[in-house]
Write a protein that binds this ligand. Structure first.
Ligand code: F6R
Length: 615
C-alpha cells in the first residue's frame, strides 16, 4: 500500500530517503513526503501530491538537511490524495513526525476522545490520529517516546508499520509493526536504515532484521538495535543476510520496469529451477516436499488461496496438480475464503500464493487455515516477507524483485513452482509413469529457451498494438490450461491501459458474451495446438460469423487459423500443461504496448499498488 523509509546516522539523510522512496514507489504513488531533523535541531516536513519526483521538485529550492529522517510514499486509504493528507504527520506541538503504512480501524473513536480533550486535527487521515495519540500519551503521563508508543499501540486496532522522529531526541528513531512489513538495516557505523522492504536498504548494508508483529524497535545512533514486543517483551533481534543485486532494482536500459521484467523471464525461470531440477534435467527435488513428504503427498485435498494474478496462477496449479497427482484442488479468492466459514480439514493442505508475501487477505486466509489445523504451504517471491514466515513450509519463486505494478515474471515464476511441485508430488505418489515424469521435467527445463523464442514476437506485437488503442472492450478466450491465461491477459490489459477486458473460457462465450461481439470488439483467442484445438477453431468461427476481429495466438506453423484470423502470433510448441508459460509472454507484451501507445504510466497504473496490505 504505502512505502516507508527511514535513516539515522552520520550521512546526509535526504538522498538516501528519496532514493529509497523511488525503490518503493511501486507500493503507492499518490503523494509523498519527508521529515528531517536539521542541523539546528528543527523538525522540517516537506510534502507533495503526486509522485516522488514531485516531492523532489518541491524540495529543489529548499535547504533540506540533516542526518535523521523519515519518508513516505502514499496510496490513499483514509482521505483523498493531497499534500495535507500526505505523510509524515506531525503532533500538535510539532515535536513528533510519524509515517504509517496500514489502517487504524478504530481511528474514529480515538479521534473523538482526543478532540474532546482539545486536539485539533489538520488532515483527514487515520495516521494523524496516531501521532496525536502518541504525543497526548507522552505529555499526559510524562512518558518517553518508546513507552508512549507502546501504550498508544495497545489502544490501536488495525494494521500498521510506523516510524516516528522526535526532535527532542535527534539521534533516535522508533518504529513498530503489526500486519504491515518493516525491515531494519544495520549500517557499518552504527547507523540504521528502515524500509517497507529490503530494496532501499540493499545498497548500504546486507545485514537486516525483519520485525515481527507486535515489535516496537528503537534505533539509537551508535547503539544496538533494541526490540520490545508488545505481547512478549524484550526480544533478541535475528540478523539476516540479504542478497539483492542492485542491477535488479534498476531499469537496465528498458523504458519501463514492466518491459524489463517481461524480458527477464527466461533467466528468472532458470533461477527458479536452479538447484531444484538436476543437471541431467530429468528429476526435480523441492526441499519442502522432501521435509514434509507425507503431509504433502498424503493430502486429502489442496486448497489454494490467493488474490489477483496469483489467483490465476493458482487456477493453473489446480489443473497441474489434479491431472498429474490426482489430488483434488480448490482455488479460492483469499478475500472470500477468509469471511465465508469454509470447511477446512486438518488433513488439508492450504497453499497460499503471493508475490509480495504481504497481501492482507492472503495472510488472513493463512491464519484461518492454521486455526483449522490444516498444513499451510507458501509460494512467495519476496524473501523474508510475512507469508513465508507464517506458513509451515513453502517454496520461494526466486525471480528477483518485481517493481512494475502489473505482475509478469512473478506470475510465470509461480506457475513454474507449481509445475515443479506437481511433478514432485506426482513422482512421490507414482501417479504418472516414470518415463512421462522424466520427459515432463526435461520439457520444463526447455521452457526458458522457448520463452526467448516467444519474446521475439515483441516487434510484431509493437506494430499491432496501435490497432487496439481505440478499443473500449476486449475479449480474451482460452480453454483448459489457457483459460486462466486468458483471465490473466485481460487483467494485464485492464490494469495498465484502462481498457475494459474480460477473460472467458472459449466455449462459454455462446452463453452470454457473444452478444457483445461486433467489428469494434477485438477478440484475442489462445488457439495453440492441444487437445481442444479443433473446438477452439469452432469458437473462432463463431466470433468471425458475428463480425468480430480475431487475433489468435497459435503454435508455429499453423496455417489453418491463419486463414480464419485477422492476425496470428506464432509461438513455440510445448506440452499443453506448460503452454501458460509461453502464451503469457505475448499477452503481457500486448498489454504493455497498447498501454504505451495510449501514453499510460505502465509501471505505476492509476489507483493500484503493488503490495495490498489492507483488505
Ligand atoms: C496484477 C497484480 C495483482 C496481484 C495481487 C496479489 O498484476 O499484481 O493482482 O497479483 O494484488 O498480490 P500478491 O501476489 O503480492 O499477493
Amino acid at each position: 500500500m504505502c512505502g516507508i523509509v527511514g535513516y539515522i546516522g552520520r550521512k546526509k539523510a535526504y538522498p538516501i530517503l528519496i532514493k529509497g522512496l523511488k525503490r518503493l514507489e511501486y507500493r503507492g504513488y499518490d503523494s509523498a513526503g519527508v521529515a528531517m531533523i536539521d542541523d539546528n535541531g528543527e523538525l522540517n516536513v516537506y510534502k507533495a501530491k503526486g509522485k516522488v519526483s514531485d516531492l523532489e521538485e518541491c524540495c529543489a529550492d529548499k535547504n533540506v538537511c540533516g542526518c535523521a529522517g523519515i519518508a513516505h510514499t502514499r496510496w490513499a486509504t483514509h482521505g483523498e490524495p493531497s499534500s495535507a493528507n500526505a505523510h509524515p504527520h506531525c503532533s500538535a506541538s510539532g515535536r513528533l513526525a510519524l509515517i504509517h503504512n496500514g489502517i487504524i480501524e478504530n481511528y474514529a473513536t480515538i479521534k473523538d476522545n482526543l478532540a474532546e480533550r482539545g486536539t485539533v486535527f489538520r488532515s483527514s487521515t487515520d495516521t494523524e490520529v496516531l501521532v496525536q495519540l502518541v504525543e497526548h500519551v507522552m505529555l499526559s503521563n510524562g512518558l518517553g517516546l518508546l513507552e508512549a508508543v507502546q501504550v498508544s499501540l495497545r489502544q490501536v486496532v488495525g494494521a500498521y508499520a510506523i516510524a516516528i522522529l522526535d526532535k527532542e531526541h535527534p539521534d533516535t528513531l522508533v518504529c513498530a509493526r503489526r500486519s504491515s512489513p518493516l525491515v531494519v538495516g544495520l549500517g557499518e557505523d552504527g547507523d540504521f536504515y528502515l524500509a517497507s522492504d529490503a530494496s532501499p536498504i540493499a545498497e548500504y548494508t546486507d545485514r537486516v532484521v525483519y520485525l515481527d508483529d507486535g515489535d516496537v524497535a528503537v534505533m539509537r545512533l551508535g547503539d544496538e538495535l533494541r526490540v520490545v514486543n508488545l505481547e512478549n517483551g524484550m526480544q533478541h533481534p535475528k540478523v539476516k543476510q540479504i542478497d539483492i543485486a542492485l542491477g535488479e532494482l534498476e531499469k537496465g536500459g528498458f523504458p519501463f520496469f514492466m518491459l524489463k521484467e517481461i524480458f527477464e523471464q527466461p533467466d528468472c525461470l532458470r533461477n527458479c529451477m536452479r538447484g531444484r531440477i538436476n543437471v541431467e534435467g530429468d528429476h526435480v527435488a523441492l526441499s519442502a516436499v522432501i521435509d514434509h513428504r507425507e503431509r504433502l503427498a498424503g493430502a486429502r485435498r489442496i486448497v489454494i488461496v490467493a488474490c489477483g494474478t496469483s489467483w490465476h496462477a493458482g487456477l493453473i496449479g489446480k489443473q497441474l496438480i489434479e491431472s498429474l497427482c490426482r489430488i483434488p484442488v480448490e482455488v479460492e479468492y483469499a478475500s472470500e475464503f477468509r469471511y465465508r466459514e469454509p470447511v477446512v480439514y486438518p488433513d488439508d493442505v492450504v497453499m497460499a500464493i503471493s508475490q509480495s508475501g504481504e497481501t492482507a487477505d492472503t495472510l488472513a486466509a493463512i491464519e484461518l487455515a492454521r486455526k483449522s489445523g490444516a498444513f499451510v504451504f507458501g509460494i512467495c517471491n519476496a524473501i523474508g516477507a510475512s507469508i513465508p514466515r507464517q506458513t509451515q513450509t513453502g517454496v520461494y519463486i526466486h525471480v528477483g524483485p518485481e517493481i512494475g505494478v502489473a505482475s509478469t515474471k512473478a506470475f510465470t515464476g509461480q506457475v513454474t513452482v507449481l509445475s515443479m511441485l506437481a511433478l514432485c508430488l506426482a513422482n512421490e505418489r507414482r501417479t504418472i509413469p516414470g518415463e512421462q515424469y522424466k520427459e515432463m521435467v526435461a520439457e520444463l527445463t526447455r521452457i526458458p529457451s522457448k520463452m526467448e523464442e516467444a519474446l521475439r514476437t515483441n516487434e510484431q506485437i509493437e506494430r499491432l498494438a496501435p490497432i487496439f488503442t481505440y478499443a473500449k472492450n476486449c475479449l480474451y478466450l482460452g480453454r483448459g490450461y489457457n483459460y486462466p491465461v486468458a483471465l490473466e491477459g485481460a487483467l494485464k490489459l485492464k490494469e495498465i491501459s484502462y481498457i475494459h477486458a474480460e477473460g472467458y473460457p472459449a466455449a462459454e462465450m455462446k452463453h452470454g458474451p457473444i452478444a457483445l461481439i461486433d467489428s469494434e470488439m477485438p477478440v484475442f483467442v489462445i488457439a495453440t495446438r492441444d487437445k481442444l484445438y479443433e473446438k477452439v477453431i469452432s469458437n473462432i468461427q463463431e466470433v468471425r460469423a458475428r463480425g468480430g476481429r480475431v487475433t489468435a495466438l497459435v503454435t508455429a506453423g499453423d496455417e489453418q487459423i491463419r486463414q480464419l484470423a485477422d492476425h496470428v502470433i506464432e509461438l513455440p510448441d510445448t506440452l499443453e500443461c506448460f503452454q501458460p508459460l509461453i502464451v503469457s509472454i505475448p499477452l503481457q507484451l500486448l498489454a504493455y504496448h497498447i498501454a504505451v501507445c495510449k501514453g499510460k504510466d505502465v509501471d505505476r497504473p492509476r489507483n493500484l499498488a503493488k503490495s495490498v496490505t489492507v483488505e
